[in-house]
Design a protein. Sequence first.
Length: 336
Amino acid sequence: MSPEPLLDVRDLAVRFSVPRSGGWFGRGGDQVRAVDGVNFSLARGETLGLVGESGCGKSTTGRAVLQLLRPAAGSVVFDGQPLHEFWQRRGGRWGWDSRLRELRQRMQMIFQDPFASLNPRMTVEAILAEPLRNFAVASGGERRERIQQLLETVGMDPRALRRYPHEFSGGQRQRIGIARALALGPELIVADEPISALDVSIQAQIINLLADLREQLRLTMIFIAHDLAAVRHVSDRIAVMYLGRIVELSDARTIIAKPLHPYTQALISAVPLPDPAHEQTRQRTVLTGELPSPVNPPSGCPFHTRCPLREDRCSREIPALRTIASGHEVACHLVE
């Protein structure tokens, strides 16, 4: 019998209201289906890569998993705790239950922009001390020692404690953000495109750092990115998202070697190959058209407007995410 997953997400949906042109204070607005029925689970110590084009709902999924956004529907269960139930309505507004705050120590996020996510008026020491102080973890000399250890863990000189975020490069700032996420010893990390704002020369360093930390600290991780080449180096499994839905999910090696969904095939064909001869001869899948609006998604399969293999039923029926082979799930009518 397989062990209980650390994280189990079922039918997760997130909606945003946007006002129509000429509307008053958002009244009569449309609903953006940012995330629409996402399902996956994570075993302890596993890393799931979440990939797709910008605007497909990756970051929104990650924030909804951590309950930084309140889901419109579905369930998020972390270590047996139903996080989606830990919301209360107070004074006409939704807020967290105290039980969710207690679980915050075990779930943390690495944000995309390493400059915007750090307070420019706080030193590195103050930034890393803040979560420790908020949760009453260590104090005095013990806290300072813990902060120095965090900097060493992410490959930074402890003498940087007195400096401010603007004094560091983008890669160094992201290391500080990673250290902050690790401060409370979390079990689950959501890394929201942690390399997209960095120079290409620095991206590999951050990817290798996250891979090393995962092994050393036995972290469970959701790694969000739009670059399949980056995701495959740190992920055990990969979930491909399109317009708020997961269209393919399997282990990283299978997704790269044998993609079944036409959208996944297009993403992989866009990744450059190191062999020039192979790069020139391989067949590419080129998508036409733009990503449809989540305010008014197409009927049937959300990908059918851009799919080179579409059939009539693709515009009428939404394909379910179903198991094609062991551990390989695909949402496509054309895959048997």
